[in-house]
Design a protein around this ligand. Structure first.
Ligand code: NAD
Length: 454
């Protein structure tokens, strides 16, 4: 398998993929190691994650550079991702003991009752490339703390980062027979589905997620899916500072080159402030620094995957054919690297794929709306259900819209944000189950009910 730098199209490294036989061997190894790991006291398991937390900081230069080289993420954003991952680790380090402790339901009755949380066993963590540290730690950290063994399959676009993670975990005291990286593309993930694992935790596209859920259904083990989105942002006419809201919306749309599951993917603006908003949005978008992702000043690097350039061009062609106007960007620059400029499109409608299908790039449609009712209806018109954002001076008015959203997350005067203390979950085609918060600690254990007499 070739690891290609998306900024230069050069091969960084060639690496052997794991065969199904090699994957089965890794499974046997961690299956044998899991029960010993589960017997290690919880404080010691947490202490390993504390070491991992420290190493993510001391090794950050090397880790950030590798991440930028293999996914094209601007270097500053690679540092931000590592810092974000450490914040999530802090949450798990501080809160896991509380949520994994045994719970007494009654100690007074003749039959005493308690709940004990036991690990699931060996779980698969099949992961995406866009935030390999963030979406990885959401799964393998609480899984390891909970006493599970993990077969971690990084995306084929973030393999070197996956191998760094493995090395750092081993240096932190996680035994080799408790954590193993699986190297490869789809077929390597497929090989995991054929093994008798005790849980499948997936981050990636709706298409693959649905396939995994269907393919593993007969195993009757937990399956969690963190999938894509088409997340809307609505700006009401009472916002005090239209320019500031336009700047925030732009950042939500183009951070990580728009390749975030919770990126702002479509914007609705109330007609009274529409022109002012669009002018400010375009003016800010023009200032974005595009270029070499290893340069710390760069805000927009290349897309991570080559096919994505053609995909975005197709979405734009479809929008233009249906009457949209492109105010900025629109054409990939050509030349070396998978670059695509920030692109702002108006006169859009839900007849266009740009407003209904996940773009996963720095391309955004802005639609004018009459009132909150029309905005709500358009925001809800999607098969996805990850996040929805509302900007308004009035909490009551914003809340009325937020309550109508069938999404796992809603935002008032913010967007494109994840917090370790809150559950991260998608509804409808955006996923199943939650990571982060206490829900994301309990997701990796199973309750055992004790009925005790005598
Ligand atoms: P993808 O579905 O193409 O790949 C994800 C993983 O699945 C990869 O590791 C891949 O090798 C593996 N895979 C592919 N085919 C498989 C099969 N048949 N069996 C088992 N595994 C298989 O997704 P991607 O391009 O890596 O990620 C982008 C998508 O992820 C976007 O839709 C994005 O919105 C979503 N995402 C969601 C979240 C979230 O928290 N909800 C976070 C990050 C990314």
């Amino acid at each position: 398998m070739q690891i290609i730098n998306p900024a230069t199209e050069e091969v960084i490294q060639e690496i052997a993929e794991d065969s199904p036989e090699a994957i089965a061997k890794k499974f046997q190894l961690v299956k044998d190691g899991q029960s010993e790991w589960a017997a290690v006291p919880l404080e010691k398991r947490i202490a390993c994650i504390e070491k991992f937390y420290a190493l993510l900081d001391t090794e950050k230069e090397k880790l950030a550079e590798t991440l930028t080289m293999e996914v094209g993420k601007p270097l500053q954003q690679s540092y931000n991702e590592l810092n974000g991952a450490r914040k999530r680790l802090e949450y798990f380090i501080k809160n896991s003991a509380k949520w994994l402790a045994e719970e007494w339901i009654t100690e007074e009755d003749a039959t005493r009752e308690k709940i004990v949380y036991e690990p699931l066993g060996v779980i698969a963590n099949i992961s995406a490339w866009n935030y390999p540290y963030l979406v990885g730690v959401n799964v393998f950290v609480p899984a390891l703390i909970g006493g599970n063994a993990v077969l971690y399959k990084p995306s084929e676009y973030a393999v070197l980062t996956g191998l760094h993670i493995q090395q750092l975990l081993y240096r932190s005291g996680i035994p080799e027979n408790v954590f193993q990286v699986i190297i490869g593309k789809g077929p390597a993930g497929q090989a995991l589905l054929e093994l008798p694992l005790h849980g499948y935790f997936f981050t990636g596209s709706y298409r693959t997620g649905k396939y995994i859920a269907e393919h593993t259904a007969s195993q009757l083990v937990p399956v969690q899916l963190e999938l894509g989105g088409k997340d809307p942002l609505y700006v009401m006419d009472d916002v005090e500072d239209v320019e500031a809201v336009a700047a925030a919306a732009l950042e939500g749309a183009v951070y990580n080159n728009g390749q975030s599951c919770c990126a702002v993917e479509r914007i609705y603006v109330q007609e009274k402030i529409y022109n002012k908003f669009v002018d400010a949005f375009v003016a800010n978008a023009k200032k974005l620094v595009i270029g070499d992702p290893l340069d710390k000043k760069t805000e927009i690097g290349p897309l991570s995957r080559k096919e994505q350039v053609a995909f975005l061009n197709q979405q734009l062609a479809d929008a233009k054919a249906n009457g949209a106007r492109v105010l900025l960007g629109g054409n990939s620059a050509g030349g070396k690297g998978y670059f695509f400029p920030p692109t702002v499109v108006v006169d859009v409608s839900h007849k266009m794929k740009l407003m209904t299908e996940e773009s996963f790039g720095p391309v955004i449609g802005i639609q004018k709306v009459k009132d909150d009712k029309e905005a709500s209806e358009l925001m809800r018109d999607t098969p996805y259900g990850l996040t929805a954002a509302v900007y308004s001076k009035s909490f009551e008015r914003a809340e009325a819209v937020m309550k109508q959203m069938n999404t796992g997350t809603v935002y008032w005067n913010c967007c494109d944000r994840v917090s370790a203390g809150l559950p991260w979950s998608g509804r409808k085609n955006s996923g199943l189950g939650s990571t982060l918060s206490y829900h994301g600690i309990r997701a990796f254990v199973q309750p055992k009910a004790y009925h005790l007499r005598g």
